[in-house]
Each structure stands twice: as structure tokens, then as C-alpha cells.
Design a binder for this molecule. Structure first.
Ligand code: GRG
Length: 297
């Protein structure tokens, strides 16, 4: 059997092509904004969210082609959130994925607009993909509505707001979980559930997917906190002193490295247990949980 990383790489390439196809058209706008959008969208992201969405749909018996516009949309939303997160008014980062951040290349004004444009283009792409086949329309629009909810004020933006408000203050466990579940978790959960909705999941399957995605979402963020400590590229790219300036409590600073690693193992097992209740071949999702819990970048 092929190593999972190889399978993942193939799916990254397919996703890259699908995203490129979204830009294979004429835009009625100055070239610079499309260039700024594409700069970050094609800067080497792991494509975890669109791949999770398409593969959840496949695992649950759906056709991944049916969820493709939503999968492209979630990657555009993810990319906009990173562009805005890197801005001087937020995390003030110079590097992302080892490359200069959007505002370093295009300026702050264009970076703000590129993020806004990606968010709107995500919705345009997702809405244009609403199926005309009446047996599919409800399931797709249910997923679309869930994606809009999860990336908005009750999801990712709520989490980012909580994160900003918690800068320079020691936060309690409840706040930490709120921030993690919303800032990072909401979009990962949407990736899984949207795939499930389009595959027409049953109530029990939905519950299992919710548990699975909540656990891998939290594990993803704890791994990120650990990588920040052990020195990933993003930390190295931060301007000197920014850690002190944006001093934030993280899972690692609250509980320590050993407890954080133990928590990841616990979450991984919980995610796998949830999948075991689903009466389909969920092996890709199992491998994805292991990959997320053991990732090194
Ligand atoms: C600015 C509205 C707004 C929201 C920002 C997601 C987010 C909210 C901020 C990102 C902050 C951050 C770096 C969180 C750590 C977890 C995370 C989302 C990492 C990046 O996701 P990956 O690793 O990114 O999937 P790639 O580079 O693979 O696309």
C-alpha cells in the first residue's frame, strides 16, 4: 500500500488544479488584486481543509465532485484568514510558509483587499456550484450555510476576536477551549461536516463526524502550539520581540509540553473511536487524524 504522505501529495496536486481552474477566467479588476489573491492561495498550503471535505464525502458514500466548489471555497476562506492574521494590526508576521507575507509583497492596503476578495470569491464560487439536480440541492445548500456560519462571527471570527482580546492576559481553561474550538476548529469541523452533508449523512453519522472533527481540530491547534515552541518556520519568521508583544497563553504554556503531548494522544484515540461507529470505510479519515496529530509542520 502507498504511504499516506504520497496519497496526500497526489490529492494536494488535484486540489491545486481545481483552485487554479477557479482563476481560469477574465476578472474585471486591476491585475494587482488578482495577483495578490493568487500569491497567497498558491504559496504552498497543505490543502488540509478541501482534502478533508472531499474525502469525508467519498468515505461516507458521496461523490467528491459534488462538493468540489465548496472545497475550493473553504481553501479561499482559510487563505483570507491567514492573510488578515499576518497583518500588522493582528499578528504582524513577515513570513508565512517561509515566504514574505502578503502585505510585505503587496502592501497593507492590497493585502486587506486580497483577503476580502478571497472571502467574497469563495462565496461566489460556492454559490455558482449549487447543483440543479433537485435531489442534491438541499444537501449542498445545507453545507454551504454551515460553511458560512463556521467562518463567520459564530465561528472562526469569534475565535479570532477572543484570541485578540486575550493578548497579554492569562486566560482560563474555558476561554482557551473557546478560542481553539472557534479560531481553528470551526473551519476544520466545517470541512468534515460539509463533506458529510453532501454525502447525505444520517443523524448518527453526523454525530460521529462532529466528535471526530472537534477532536482533530483541537489536536491540530495543540500541535501548532507545540511547533511554535519547538521552532517552526513561523516562529523563526516573527520579528524579534513579537512574542513578548503578543504574549498569548497557549495550551503548552497552560499545561506544559508533556501534558499537551498526552492530550494529543487522547484526542487522536477519541477521533478514531468516533470513526469506528461509522459503517463505511473511513480509513482515509483515520490516516488523516494520525497525520494531523503527528505532523511536523
Ligand atoms: C483574521 C478573520 C481572521 C481569522 C484568523 C485561522 C486564523 C484566524 C488564524 C491563524 C492563526 C494560526 C496560525 C493558527 C494556528 C493554526 C493554523 C490555522 C495554522 C495554519 O493552518 P495550516 O497549517 O495552513 O492548515 P497551510 O499553510 O497548510 O495552509
Amino acid at each position: 500500500m502507498k504511504p499516506f504522505k504520497e496519497t496526500l501529495l497526489e490529492k494536494v496536486k488535484v486540489t491545486d488544479h481545481e483552485l487554479l481552474a477557479c482563476f481560469d477566467r477574465k476578472f474585471d479588476t486591476p491585475d494587482i488584486i488578482v495577483s495578490a489573491m493568487k500569491y497567497s492561495l498558491f504559496a504552498g498550503g497543505k490543502r488540509l481543509r478541501p482534502i478533508l471535505m472531499k474525502e469525508t464525502c467519498r468515505c461516507l458514500g458521496g461523490d467528491p465532485a459534488d462538493v468540489k466548489p465548496l472545497a475550493c471555497a473553504i481553501e479561499m476562506i482559510h487563505t483570507y484568514s491567514l492573510i488578515h492574521d499576518d497583518l500588522p494590526a493582528m499578528d504582524n508576521d513577515d513570513l508565512r510558509r517561509g515566504k514574505p507575507t502578503n502585505h510585505k509583497v503587496y502592501g497593507e492596503n492590497m493585502a486587506i483587499l486580497a483577503g476580502d476578495a478571497l472571502l467574497n470569491y469563495a462565496m461566489e464560487t460556492a454559490i455558482a456550484g449549487i447543483p440543479v439536480d433537485p435531489s442534491k440541492t438541499f444537501h449542498y445548500t445545507r453545507a454551504l450555510s454551515y460553511l458560512a456560519h463556521s467562518s463567520g462571527v459564530n465561528g472562526m471570527i469569534g475565535g479570532q476576536t477572543g484570541d485578540i482580546l486575550s493578548e497579554n492576559e492569562a486566560i482560563n481553561e474555558e476561554k482557551m477551549y473557546y478560542i481553539h474550538a472557534h479560531k481553528t476548529g470551526a473551519l476544520l469541523k466545517a470541512a468534515v461536516l460539509c463533506g458529510g452533508f453532501v454525502a447525505k449523512v444520517t443523524g448518527e453519522e453526523r454525530e460521529a463526524l462532529e466528535t471526530y472533527s472537534e477532536k482533530i481540530g483541537l489536536a491540530f491547534q495543540i500541535v501548532d502550539d507545540i511547533l511554535d515552541v519547538t521552532g517552526d518556520e513561523k516562529t523563526l519568521g516573527k520579528p524579534v520581540g513579537s512574542d513578548e508583544k503578543n504574549h498569548k497563553s497557549t495550551f503548552v504554556s497552560l499545561y506544559g509540553m508533556a501534558s499537551s503531548q498526552e492530550k494529543i494522544r487522547e484526542l487522536e484515540n477519541g477521533a478514531l473511536d468516533a470513526l469506528a461507529t461509522i459503517d463505511h470505510d473511513t480509513s482515509f479519515l483515520e490516516d488523516m487524524a494520525k497525520y494531523i496529530c503527528q505532523r511536523e509542520n
